[in-house]
Design a protein around this ligand. Structure first.
Ligand code: AGP
Length: 603
């Protein structure tokens, strides 16, 4: 969602802030702004609806070395210049990510309405700080913290404190770092990765003073808090397009390497091993049932996990949408394993669901891509996926590394619970290790797939069908197509179609049929014939080398001859490329789909 950056140091702030905002464009936004302090004790403000390049066009006159910048994803109030951040009230400028729940009450109680020019909850906080400011920023922020409710990451400038940025957060993410060029705060690392790979997570309810020569933190009781620095193992090039037209295409191509990085350190003597993460076999021994909690694509990875674990473990596995789970009465006991899955590790619904789950069980495990993120820190155990930074809003490599982790977990649980022999587990893991090279082969189908999508681009609707693991996978295929090409797409269990949905199949409707599971192959082929007979344009994905009959399909994309449990990795590359080339063919930017944000930090 909103992107935040603050810089104070020896270099010009304007370019650093604008470059940082550009790197965070992937988070999704509709307006951008910047404020900086001048040595004379003034705050200059620039903001506009539109892109960071529009902001750059109006930022030509500052020599300041201290400022804050923001990209806004509208929640409270429309997309207008007034609603864009920073908000300046009196001699205070503020940027905010999150939602202030009690802003109406604050306006009334502190009589702030005449100070406000926007419709936002954020401006109310700027006005409140301005009203309560007594010359001591830290003391004032503490007072404000006792009043505001909700989630927030705030970056604040006080005109009479040139060169300093103040910040504080609750729930919403914010990182900090100090390096030879100065000090930074940001919503995510991509904003300042070109300066340093070291960063720390700003602890909640800690007041942070950011200065050129260092960062000071104190808790609400006035105690000093030391930053706990982490270091990432990727650099600025990982957050650039590297010659690809879009981040999404680059990330589709990065999948084989991402999977290798994720699984290889966790395979010892051909078997899964999580000892480096401090997770020993006892953790899995008494697991009676599993609940997987996540949102969107991460939830779809969980559905792959459910299909596998139930098949091999024969224990109940539930996959729950995080925003539903958190308002339900969970059916969990102390032997329930709760697995939260999240690329960003900051999705607020998943985080809240994890907090609720912890009231019932100590067996919480998260699969997270971003090191040190909130979900990772709050879980009892974490297994990091190593996809590297995922910049495109449409998740691709995060999905396949999450899925690969579920394969490792299936084998681990199977061994520990004596449901899988050592030989079977080794064979299973060997198949997993073969996945990256098989995926590489699929990437070469891109020209063929691009051609096929010309038909897809003409349709307003599409269906994805399959059975078993293919059905689990088709949900992700449909989501990818929807979110970037704006074609309405639905996934259906192939056998369910004739119970209603087949009524929607008319001449020319694209149906992407996945038929890679031998035990239900003939059934899926029958279902395909049913839609084909009603005029559907069928793209079939299967391992069958003998498909010549065009009464079955209009186009056939052939999968390599891998074990049925592992075809999802090859099939998903095809589905991702179908979505990508359809979107690009329709003239859309798949990296920044409308209305979407990369990391959803509001409820
Ligand atoms: C999918 O392409 C989306 N980006 C979205 O569904 C995403 O997977 C979801 O918002 C969850 O995000 P997370 O993995 O960061 O928690």
């Amino acid at each position: 969602m909103c992107g935040i950056i603050g810089y104070t140091g020896s270099l010009g702030a304007s370019d650093i802030i604008l470059d940082g905002l550009t790197r965070m464009e992937y988070r999704g936004y509709d307006s951008a702004g910047m404020a900086y302090t001048t040595p004379s004790g003034k705050i200059a403000l620039r903001k506009t609806v539109g892109k960071v390049k529009d902001l750059r066009a109006i930022c030509d006159d500052d020599e300041s070395t201290c400022g804050i910048g923001h990209t806004r994803w509208a929640t409270h109030g429309g997309v207008t210049n007034a609603n864009a951040h920073p908000h300046k009230v009196g001699n205070v400028a503020l940027i905010h990510n999150g939602i202030i729940e009690n802003y109406h009450e604050i306006v009334k109680e502190y009589n702030l309405s005449s100070d406000l020019v926007s419709e936002t909850d954020s401006e109310v906080v700027a006005a409140l700080i301005n009203k309560l400011y007594d010359g001591d920023p830290t003391k004032t922020i503490k007072k404000v913290l006792s009043i505001i409710q909700g989630s927030f990451a705030l970056g604040i400038l006080f005109g009479d404190r040139p060169g300093s940025i103040y910040c504080v957060r609750n729930v919403s993410p914010m990182l900090g770092t100090h390096c030879k060029d100065g000090s930074f705060i940001a919503s995510d690392l991509t904003a300042f990765i070109q300066f340093t790979k070291r960063y720390f997570i700003i602890p909640e309810y800690t007041i942070v003073t950011v200065r050129k020569d260092g960062i000071l933190m104190e808790d609400l009781d006035g105690n000093n808090v030391e930053p706990e620095y982490l270091e990432v193992n990727w650099d600025v090039s990982a957050a650039e397009k590297d010659g690809y037209d879009h981040f999404m295409l680059k990330e589709i191509h990065e999948q084989p390497q991402s999977i290798i990085r994720t699984i290889t350190p966790r395979i010892k003597d051909g078997l899964p091993d999580f000892s480096d993460e401090g997770i020993d076999d006892d953790f899995f021994k008494n697991v009676s049932d599993i609940t997987i909690i996540a949102c969107g694509t991460a939830m779809h990875a969980g559905i792959i996990g459910r299909t596998l674990i139930q098949k091999y473990l024969k224990i109940p596995v539930t996959v729950t949408i995080a925003s539903e789970f958190r308002y339900e009465q969970p059916i969990l006991n102390e032997n329930s394993l709760v697995i939260t899955v999240s690329q960003s590790g900051e999705t607020i619904d998943t985080l809240a669901a994890l907090r609720l789950a912890k009231e019932y069980t100590n067996k919480t495990l998260s699969l997270v891509n971003v090191k040190g993120s909130s979900i990772a820190r709050e879980s009892n155990y974490v297994l990091y996926t190593h996809a590297g930074p995922e910049i495109a809003v449409a998740s691709t490599k995060a999905y396949t590394v999450q899925a690969s982790m579920f394969y490792l977990l299936t084998a681990k649980l199977g061994l520990v619970q004596n449901k899988m022999s050592v030989d079977d587990a080794k064979a299973f893991i060997k198949n997993l290790e073969a996945v990256p090279s098989m995926m590489e082969n699929m990437l070469s189908l891109d020209t063929h797939i691009k051609e096929l999508t010309k038909r897809m681009q003409q349709s307003n609707n599409a269906f994805f069908i399959g059975r078993g693991l293919d059905y689990s996978l088709s949900m992700e295929g449909a989501l990818k197509l929807k979110e970037i090409s704006y074609i309405h797409a639905e996934a259906y269990a192939a056998g369910e179609l004739k119970h209603g949905t087949i009524a929607l199949i008319t001449e020319g409707i694209p149906v992407i049929a996945i038929a890679s599971q031998q035990h239900v192959y003939s059934k899926v082929i029958s279902n395909i014939r049913e839609v084909k007979a009603r005029g559907a344009y069928v793209i079939l994905i299967s391992k069958d080398e003998n498909i010549t009959d065009n009464s079955i399909c209009d186009a056939h994309l052939r999968l390599p001859d891998v074990d049925d449990d592992f075809t999802m990795f090859e099939s998903i590359v095809i589905l991702q490329m179908i979505a990508y080339y359809t979107a690009v063919g329709k003239g859309f930017n798949p990296d920044q789909p409308r209305n979407l944000a990369k990391s959803v930090t509001v409820e």
